[in-house]
Ligand binder design. Structure first.
Ligand SMILES: C[S@@+](CC[C@H](N)C(=O)[O-])C[C@H]1O[C@@H](n2cnc3c(N)ncnc32)[C@H](O)[C@@H]1O
Length: 254
């Protein structure tokens, strides 16, 4: 399948995001279209889950950044509310400005602490969903493992973990090949845009993502989620080194 066919190219969807988020969305879409696609898939899954419930959802988002995934979640259902966590003030400030309409309406709250600290301060069984994109792969393994344990604790029984992210292939050679293709794309796009500073930033960041203590390999992610207590773990919509991961906190039947 060609790259364009795998990615949502619906013009009204793209225009709306560009309108609310602005240049940040346009640039990310050019540099890494699969990152914006993961946010769209997260929104779709939130919408699907919301359709199975009779009440408004309480959603926790980790790593809201400039608000691309947050917007996708907010648009999934009119009755849901979001607590979005990000410990990078410059990123979060952009989301606060772009998504003012939703925070004014009482549907969006911001937390500026790091994900684990924020989770540790939340009540047990208090959220219907944890929905996130392109954030968890940034975490170091032991930190991510603690985040999974905390997410499991704060989700209500019947709640769901939804994450669209970089999930490294278990086949290391295939993963390296895909990453090389990705790097070639960064060079092609960013040289054309004459943004060599952004190119440098992305390459440096990629070394972090691919490092031994960070790389979020598919099988390790699934094993860590199982250890935390999650069931029905599904990795879907794989597109190169990206995929959507869904896992349930099942209701206990006594
Ligand atoms: C690549 S951005 C993704 C933003 C957005 N979800 C999207 O897909 O466009 C990752 C975000 O996670 C945030 N982040 C990284 N580590 C974090 C942590 N430990 N706690 C909270 N936020 C974190 C970063 O500040 C950044 O805004």
């Amino acid at each position: 399948m060609s790259k364009d066919k795998r990615i949502n190219t619906d013009q009204s969807y793209q225009d709306m995001f560009a309108g609310v988020i602005g240049q940040q969305y346009e640039l990310l879409k050019k540099i890494c279209p699969l990152a914006t696609e993961m946010s769209r898939l997260v929104g779709e899954q939130v919408k699907y889950y919301a359709g199975t419930k009779q009440h408004g959802l309480n959603v926790l988002e980790l790593g809201g950044g400039t608000g691309i995934t947050t917007l996708s979640i907010l648009l999934a259902d009119d009755d849901l509310s979001v607590l979005t966590v990000d410990n990078e003030p410059a990123m979060q400030q952009q989301a606060k400005e772009s998504l003012l309409k939703w925070s004014t309406a009482g549907r969006l709250e911001f937390s500026a602490t790091d994900a684990l600290t924020a989770l540790q301060g939340l009540e047990t069984d208090s959220f219907d969903l944890m929905a996130s994109a392109y954030t968890l792969h940034n975490f170091e393994h032991s930190y991510r493992k603690q985040v999974y344990q905390q997410v499991y604790r704060v989700l209500k029984p019947g709640g769901q973990f939804i994450n669209g992210d970089r999930y490294a292939l278990d086949d290391i050679s295939a993963h390296t090949h895909q990453t090389q293709l990705e790097i070639a794309d960064y060079f092609r796009v960013l040289k054309e845009l004459n943004k060599l500073d952004v190119l440098e930033h992305w390459i440096i960041h990629l070394f972090n993502d691919e490092s031994e203590n960070h790389i979020m390999r598919e099988s390790l992610a699934i094993a860590q989620l199982e250890q935390a207590g999650f069931s029905n773990i599904k990795l879907t919509d794989r597109q190169q080194v990206n995929a959507l991961l869904i896992a349930d906190k099942v209701m206990e039947i006594n």
